[in-house]
Design a protein around this ligand. Structure first.
Ligand SMILES: *Cc1c(COP(=O)(O)O)cnc(C)c1O
Length: 354
């Protein structure tokens, strides 16, 4: 099955084989070495300029994100949440659930955020951090993380970036970011179930002094143990093997080359969608390298499109939230070849009857 959903993705045989490296107790030195290898490969891949620490969190991307969001404020702080899609709304729901003070700057899902509104929200004296989604998977929209980061930095606020679907798919300037959340199961091409947060060292020192809002999802708890070469709780050992292998594969390919490969795949798909007369939800300037959202052609249901393509061996993805009935999404994450995309376009033409 070719997965054209935004994670889980098709992985290489090498990554699948790594799952079977062998049984291992996480309290033995071999696990410490594995964890150290993953952490250093994450830093080499995404923060080559240094100054960051990597923290692994067993759980899906949402777990790592919730750990970051609930660890970023002092007892007196407020979080500004920039929201233009389902994932921005999810960050707002996290601070809501943790009963932390927050201000949501919400905007239309098909447009970049209103930077003047973000700047106004940052002006409140108790604001300590801003959270923004790098790649809004809802539509495939790239947010202006660098601009928001500069606005926040100028005021001494921390910048938390949800790059769960961005890292290794689209470039992310990490100079203006303090916490970057990612997962193994999307553009890094490992399995779901292991997430991570890259935290600027100075910020980590501050976070360590803040109140704990969760036993399991506390970044300082995981960081402190991982710095000692151990873990606070049982990690997903086999997923760690696979993530270690996927990161080695990513560094061999090169992060810039991975991003270029995804961009080329997206171009190939989008040329095909244009030829098929499909309508794009976003203008070209806002589109990421790894997801294309398209309007459902009139008279078509998502279910019919999905089921028709599945018979050809392809899994597409439905719209989310208020766009659920209007759009469908095609992701090009994972270890896929140009031939896979060409076969997909042929299958799509057949299912659409064009
Ligand atoms: C997928 C995704 C998440 C959540 O990841 P899960 O692994 O599904 O928990 C968070 N943010 C963004 C932007 C995503 O695309």
């Amino acid at each position: 099955m070719i997965l054209l959903n935004p994670g889980p993705v098709n992985v290489s045989p090498r990554v699948t084989a790594a799952l079977a490296r062998g049984d291992l107790c996480h309290r033995e030195p071999e696990y410490g070495a594995l964890q150290a290898s993953i952490r250093s490969q994450l830093l080499r891949a995404f923060t080559p300029g240094g100054g960051f620490t990597a923290i692994l969190v067993t759980g899906s991307g949402t777990a790592a994100l919730e750990a970051a969001v609930t660890s970023v404020l002092s007892a007196r702080g407020r979080l500004v949440v920039v929201s233009n899609g389902v994932y921005g709304e999810r960050i707002a729901a996290m601070v809501e659930a943790a009963r932390l003070p927050h201000t949501v700057v919400a905007g239309p899902w098909t447009e970049p955020p209103d930077l003047a509104a973000v700047e106004r929200a940052l002006g409140a004296p108790d604001v300590e951090a801003v959270a923004v989604v790098h790649h809004e998977t809802t539509t495939g929209l790239l947010n202006p993380v660098a601009e928001i980061g500069r606005l926040a930095r100028a005021r001494g606020k921390l910048v938390l970036v949800d790059s769960v679907s961005g890292l290794a798919g689209d470039a992310l300037g990490v100079d203006t970011a303090d916490l970057i959340v990612g997962t193994g199961g999307k553009c890094i091409q490992a399995f779901p179930g292991l997430g991570f947060v890259l935290v600027r060292e100075e910020a980590m020192a501050r976070l360590a002094t803040y109140p704990r809002r969760s036993l399991y999802l506390s970044l300082p708890v995981h960081h402190e143990a991982q710095e000692r070469g151990t873990v606070p709780f049982t990690p997903a050992v086999q997923l760690a093997y696979a993530l270690d292998e996927a990161l080695a594969e990513l560094l061999e390919e090169g992060v810039a080359a991975r991003i270029a490969r995804y961009a080329a795949a997206a171009r190939l798909l989008r040329d095909g969608f244009t030829k098929l007369g499909l309508g794009f939800v976003l203008p070209p300037a806002l589109r990421s390298n790894s997801i294309t959202s398209l309007w459902l052609p009139s008279g078509r249901t998502y279910a019919a499109l999905h089921d028709g393509l599945r018979m050809h061996g392809f899994v597409i993805y439905e719209g989310q939230g208020r766009l659920a009935r209007e759009i469908f999404r095609v992701a090009n994450m994972g270890q896929l070849a140009r031939a896979d995309f060409a076969r997909f376009l042929a299958a799509l033409a057949e299912v659409l009857g064009t």
